[in-house]
Design a protein around this ligand. Structure first.
Ligand code: 5GP
Ligand code: ZN
Length: 112
């Protein structure tokens, strides 16, 4: 756990969250500022700052992908967008890697 990390606080239970799914390696919870009717964040329990660092940890990367797959299946999502923001210039605001999983409305491309 990293000090001062909001999402480590959610893993530790010191920060409240609307949990959607849990397993040994990951946690999924509702985004407090949803950008679609379905908008959750899927995170590793251990502190990993971004997708670059996640890519150096194949076990954690595989666990996160399995969790995204499970979230989609368990919630009947057929069409959904998965976003990893990496770096403040493209919108990363919490530096504990998280996959946004968004669904439930049409989405345009390219993203803004
Ligand atoms: P980022 O901007 O880093 O890609 O995504 C961070 C996300 O975390 C944002 O979509 C934001 O709404 C969400 N968020 C920020 N603070 C909290 C919080 O305390 N609880 C939850 N559940 N989500 C949060
Ligand atoms: Zn963290």
């Amino acid at each position: 756990m990293a000090d001062e990390c909001l999402f480590c606080g959610i893993v530790a239970g010191t920060v409240p969250a609307q949990k959607v799914r849990e397993d040994d390696e990951t946690l999924t919870f509702a985004d407090t500022n949803p950008q679609a009717p379905f908008h959750v964040l899927v995170i590793p329990r251990k502190h990993i700052p971004d997708i670059g660092a996640l890519g150096a940890d194949p076990d954690a990367a595989a666990a996160l992908l399995r969790a995204i797959r499970a979230v989609a299946q368990e919630n009947g999502l057929t069409d959904y967008r998965t976003v990893f923001n990496t770096g403040a210039k493209v919108g990363q605001s919490v530096f504990h890697v998280h996959a946004h999983v968004l669904s439930g409305r049409p989405m345009s491309w390219p993203p803004g």
